[in-house]
Design a binder for this molecule. Sequence first.
Ligand code: UD1
Ligand code: MG
Length: 478
Amino acid sequence: MSAPLTAPVAIVLAAGQGTRMRSRIPKVLHPLAGRPMLDHVLDALDEAGVGRTIVVTGHGADAVESAVGDRATTVRQEPQRGTADALRCGLAASPDEAAELVVTMGDVPLQPSMLYATLLDALRGRSAAIALVSARLDDPSGYGRLVRGADGSVAAVVEESDADEAQRAIPEINVGTYAFDAAWLRAAIGRVPASASGEYYLTDLVSVAVADGRAVAVVDAPDAADAMGINDRVALAYAEERMRRRINERHMRNGVTIIEPATTRIDATVEIGQDARIEPGTTLAGSTVIAQDAVIGPNAHVRDSRIGPRSHVWASVIEESTVAEDVEIGPFAHLRPGAEIGARCRIGNFAEVKKTRIGAGTQQHHFSYLGDAEIGENVNVGAGSVTANFDGTAKHRTVIEDGASIGVDTMMVAPVTIGEGATTGAGAVVTRDVAPGKTVVGMPARPIEMRRTRSAPADAGEPGAGQAPVPSGADRNP
Ligand code: UD1
Ligand code: MG
């Protein structure tokens, strides 16, 4: 649904260097709950229903602009001469007919979307030039302080670097989110003086409004902890913790059990079905989708994957893979990108799967590797079995058809196909296709009846020769 034309325009300031992060990555691209900090700011603006968003970029502009993509218009501030200068750039790119503007900063990502509506109400209610958000902090250091006059109205915002001792003791801070009367702002922006540091401070617009006899409305932040501006990695870690808690609580309210929220990390982008249970020490990242009644953890790490209903993932790592319903994974399994696990499969201890589709009911209980393979239904993969998929130059595919039984320690030298219902003996090295229903043993593996016919004394030294059929060794349903 497109927002009405009268919806306010938002400007997000994101051009600063973020020196205090001491990073090569632009500050607003540092991830929070798995997504760039800036994304959370844009989410809140979208939810608030702003008509159009303009992001002011500068430091690391190429990277920031590509992260923004088509979510917002971008405009560059070159050079970066402070927040008022950044706002001037944003204003130049905003449509003339916009009567109200909301302005926020790319480094204040925890603010709830409803704040914008509250700010606009305050602006309109008092016919103010500016409405701003304030918070009272136990430790206000680093923030601009609200200086109030004798009548309690805001007289100015003083930046910490310019504040005297008495002003530094003020616990009420400027959060950095504003609503403006756009017409007033257009006329006033050029009147912001340069600060002692040579930068132009957006916060000096407060004194300009007061000098114009215009009201400055103040809205209390609903929760002071959400007012946090991320200026260094310490603040980033606190914000992460807070964002994670918020995400966990959202899932719990939606019917997901989280046994130990403090050790559970769920990215903002993850979806979880009803009555799923997330056990301690679990990370769910990226575009992961967990279906209902699934049990994930303890100690599972799932990234960009889909886990089906009632499946259980225990102490395992799953990346870019899909798992169908009623599957048991782990402990200590690793599904690498491109694993597709069918219904009711069992993928056990130290099993590794990569770019491989596994049919329903197949069991891979013990340490083994299946890569670049197509595995049928109800296959049993014995302990230690490996698809030798790489010949030193290229990767080759292995096919194991329905109902095959792969004996312990089988090496499948790809490309190779093991037919439906076929069996390989313990330690078989399969270099050629195995016909359906056949049993092969030895190195290189040969059909067992061939071994029997060649079991004359002269052949006794050949591996597998003269032996009774080698048991597959795999415990089928332990
Ligand atoms: C700013 C406020 C301060 C407030 C605090 C809240 C000013 C002068 N100060 O201080 O009152 O308490 O936020 O977190 O506004 N930016 C640009 N171009 C520039 C400079 C900065 O786009 O030339 C952007 C940055 O990318 C950042 C935002 O503006 O997203 C704020 O800049 P930052 O340097 O973090 O300001 P603070 O010192 O935190
Ligand atoms: Mg800041």
